[in-house]
Ligand binder design. Structure first.
Ligand code: BGC
Length: 851
């Protein structure tokens, strides 16, 4: 983002106090305007699923991490749109989002989030794209380009290595430099270089012991020096540790802010604790963001609900579609109609279309229809497709279903809501069995209820509720005795669940969280009005314990040990030969595609070369459709130039490029893709840079990471000198049997210079959580009062017990400084910290003087 002339002129006239004012927010959702100058404020709002403008004056609603918002379009969540692998479609959807944001006066939106899906349990995976950095980076760039071409600035987040919600503010992500660069930073690098977002948002977590907002390796070395980024670097909400040092270390804008820091900052410059250069640079960048908002392109109009539907149709993934008949396998989908079909499962009527937390959108009720509504539209009541709930989903629904009050239902379970949810009600089952026995096609909806998946906490397992498992078992046994029946299973969740049992289904559709028009999109796919073309943007493991970070995920409060290093997702499953339920890049269509005639220009490939890959794809089936062509590379050890001992351990296969191509039936197209030879490099932690190893590489054209269709070897002659001992190949123990368990000592030896071995701090800080201080006198008072007020809302019927539990989990996991995000003064946070450390005098002083 080049600095505009207007900006330079305006900032040149500011004194230090005025400049300092640009470095922190004006409350929650805007930057400070500078009175008496031409610099106004930049208005920003969340988030990745659609525009979220909190309702004015509202405090957080009981039971939710976030307060109510003004109605806007809820687009499919990033976990789903990533499955489109369609750069153009994402760009278009983001431009429609920009249109809506502009109508509402929002200048910058706080998205996309492109953190890597390290483990399916991360509560916020639904907001992210993929386990692969190339896919995340390219799709992130498309999202940003769409927004910014539409005249709204984008904020890429959360920079960096924020891959869990558990203790997200205090838990140091301990990761070796190779994985940090190749996996966790790569996507940001691609997106930033290909789209130049107006802002980058730091994450809450420390990385190798140092807060992301203070971490010079991230902020200065990587972002500014290596990538040449010149936009605004802002904090996540409440993620700044030290007002002055974070600015010295590269942070431009602290968000949110309910205090006046300009004296503190300008005094720090006077006393040489903050350089004039840092103040000048940061104020220039923030002011520049404001002047950018003044020159907007022409406003293009969109039907946002329609755009949300198109995006969902482009993304929903068909992962199984084979019905065994007398004459062999046939496709179970599409259905010609819902005649002889029934629908089972509460998620068909009470759709899960988005996740909870700062991404939560308020949808206009007229825009949200369930699958049951959509398929029965315009039908007389005697013609509607029979539906039954099948399992308990949420308390309200259950009460409605049983026609009893909530009090009566809870009484039945001795006021234990958890028990109520785990209870398998025979009435649900009987009804489902009746429907399933009397219908040819059974459309079953399974998935995760919202109470298990949200910002603020992680899931604890990948298993569906007992009720849903029992329901499916009953339906499956009906099918076993009558194999002619067709089961179509639809899965709603933001992240994978253990689902091997459901393979008995004839068809399985993965709709993730499909946004407000999701049911329309799903119906179009089931009926064949749209041919599915999504492919999974993440591996779908068989079991939670197969995930390489299983042993270390969410284990300690103060450190997350990234023991699996670069072996994340399919890089691990493929390299260790471990089976998965569905591989990365996998998805079916109602038609078939043939791959042929691979040509690669292989002449003298060196560091600066572009590798040009070209091939043909033909639609050989009966439907028009789209195929996602994936290009992977593998390094082959016995290379022509390097000696065998010069072996650097590499994943078996890594995604380098992809392209989605639309083909009419019978149509054939040639596709040409270009891969920079430098993208075959690995990151050498000792030299702290990428090195391209000479030797033989295989370039593979594939329809998923497991299904290579065409391949050819190439030879790279690099000028880089590789010392394999630098990359510690001996550390990796990749075996099919057993979990990915590495002793802590080996891990810390492997970390080398990146080592910190983060320990629990001895004293509480403003970044300690309310859980941390809950055993202190002040902590227990706070916990007691939050718990009481929350459960008062349960009694009043404003909240269900599980909503209350979620809310408490989120609040108690928040750092003390987060009081400022609720509009309270920072001095209150300091008072609480000092009081928790039993420093009463300092606490009172903090209340008076602010720290
Ligand atoms: C989230 C960010 C979000 C911000 C503002 C934070 O808690 O981590 O993703 O943009 O709040 O709502």
């Amino acid at each position: 983002m080049p600095i505009l002339e207007n900006t330079k002129n305006a900032v040149n006239k500011l004194n230090n106090k005025q400049k300092a004012k640009l470095l922190y927010g004006n409350g929650e959702w805007e930057t400070n305007p500078i009175s008496g100058t031409t610099i106004g404020s930049v208005v920003m709002h969340d988030g990745p699923c659609g525009l979220r403008i909190p309702t004015k004056g509202g405090m957080p609603q009981p039971g939710s991490l976030v307060q109510d918002a003004e109605p806007s379009t809820c687009y499919p969540a990033p976990c789903l749109i990533a499955c489109s692998w369609n750069v153009k479609a994402i760009e278009r959807m983001a431009s429609s989002y920009a249109y809506e944001a502009r109508l509402q006066g929002t200048d910058v939106v706080l998205c996309p989030g492109i953190n890597i899906k390290r483990n399916p349990l991360c509560g916020r995976n639904f907001e992210y794209f993929s386990e692969d950095p190339v896919l995340s980076g390219k799709l992130g760039a498309a999202y940003i380009n769409g927004l910014q071409n539409g005249g709204v600035g984008a904020t890429i987040k959360h920079f960096a290595v924020n891959n869990q919600e558990f203790c997200r503010n205090i838990c140091s992500s301990e990761v070796d430099l190779r994985a940090l660069n190749e996996i966790y930073l790569k996507g940001f690098e691609i997106a930033i270089k290909e789209s130049d977002p107006w802002a980058v948002m730091c994450s809450y977590n420390p990385v190798n012991g140092i807060a992301a907002s203070d971490n010079i390796y991230l902020t200065k070395t990587t972002l500014r020096e290596r990538w040449g980024y010149d936009g605004v670097l802002m904090s996540d909400w409440g993620a700044t540790y030290n007002v002055v040092s974070s600015h010295e270390n590269g942070l431009d804008l602290q968000m949110p802010c309910s205090d006046n820091h300009s004296r503190r900052i300008s005094r720090a410059v006077k006393k040489n604790r903050l350089s004039q250069q840092a103040l000048d640079d940061s104020s220039l960048r923030v002011a520049n963001m404001y002047f950018k908002t003044l020159s907007k392109p022409e406003l293009l109009q969109f039907d946002c609900h329609e755009e949300a539907r198109l995006m969902a149709e482009e993304s929903i993934v068909l992962v199984k579609n084979d019905k065994l008949t007398k004459t062999g396998y046939k496709c179970a989908l599409p259905l010609s109609s819902y005649k002889d079909a029934c629908v089972i499962g509460a998620l068909a009527k009470y759709p899960r279309y988005q996740g909870d937390g700062s991404s939560k959108v308020t949808v206009s009720p007229e825009n949200l229809r369930s699958f049951v509504d959509v398929i029965n539209e315009g039908k007389d009541s005697d013609q509607t497709v029979p539906y039954c709930q099948g399992y308990s989903y949420s308390f309200e629904n259950d009460c409605e279903y049983f026609g009893i009050s909530k009090k009566a239902l809870l009484k039945h379970f001795n006021d234990d809501e958890k028990k109520a949810h785990e209870y398998v009600d025979q009435k649900f089952l009987n009804e489902a069995v009746n429907l399933a026995s009397t219908h040819e096609t059974i459309v079953v909806f399974l998935g995760i209820p919202p109470r298990e998946e949200s910002e603020g906490f992680d899931r604890s397992h990948m298993i569906l509720s007992k009720q849903q498992l029992e329901l499916f078992k009953s339906i499956a046994s009906i099918k076993k005795s009558n194999p002619k029946k067709k089961i179509v299973t639809v899965i709603s969740s933001g992240s994978p669940i253990e689902l091997e049992f459901a393979l008995i289904s004839d068809a399985i559709l993965r709709q993730y969280l499909p946004g407000e028009s999701g049911a329309e999109a799903l119906n179009n796919i089931i009926l064949g009005n749209v041919n599915p073309s999504g492919k999974l943007a993440e591996s779908w493991p068989l079991r939670g314990m197969d995930v390489p970070s299983y042993d270390s995920f969410g284990k300690y409060r103060h450190k997350a040990m990234y023991k699996e290093s670069i072996f994340v997702g399919y890089r691990y499953y493929l390299s260790s030969g471990r089976d998965v339920l569905f591989p990365f890049g996998y998805g079916l269509s109602y038609t078939n595609f043939d791959y042929s005639d691979l040509q690669i220009l292989t002449n003298e490939i060196s560091n600066e070369s572009e590798i040009i890959v070209s091939l043909c794809v033909k639609n050989t089936g009966k439907f028009d459709g789209s195929e996602i062509v994936q290009i992977y590379s593998s390094y082959i050890e016995d290379n022509k130039f390097a000696s065998p001992e010069n072996t650097v351990i590499r994943p078996l296969r890594e995604l380098k490029a992809f392209h989605k191509v639309a083909l009419k039936k019978g149509q054939k197209k040639r596709i040409t893709l270009s891969i920079p030879a430098s993208s075959l490099s690995f990151f050498d932690p000792v030299e702290d840079k990428y090195l391209l190893q000479s030797g033989k590489y295989s370039i593979q054209v594939a329809s998923s990471c497991e299904n290579v269709k065409l391949s050819q070897n190439i030879y790279v002659q690099s000028k880089d000198v590789v010392k394999p001992e630098n990359v510690d190949s001996g550390y990796f123990t990749l075996s099919k049997s057993g979990l990915y368990i590495v002793p802590n000592k080996n891990f810390y030896d492997h970390l080398g210079d990146a080592k910190t071995d983060q320990q629990e701090p001895k004293k509480f800080t403003i970044h300690s959580t309310y859980n941390d201080i809950s055993k202190t006198w002040i902590g227990s008072i706070i916990k007691g009062s939050i718990t009481n007020s929350t459960f008062k809302n349960v009694k009043k019927g404003l909240l269900t017990e599980s909503e209350a539990e979620n809310y408490l989990k989120m609040v108690m996991n928040s750092p003390i400084i987060m009081v400022t995000a609720g509009g309270l003064k920072e001095r209150l946070a300091y008072f609480i910290v000092h009081a928790a450390n039993y420093r009463f005098f300092r606490g009172v002083l903090a209340l008076i003087i602010g720290r």
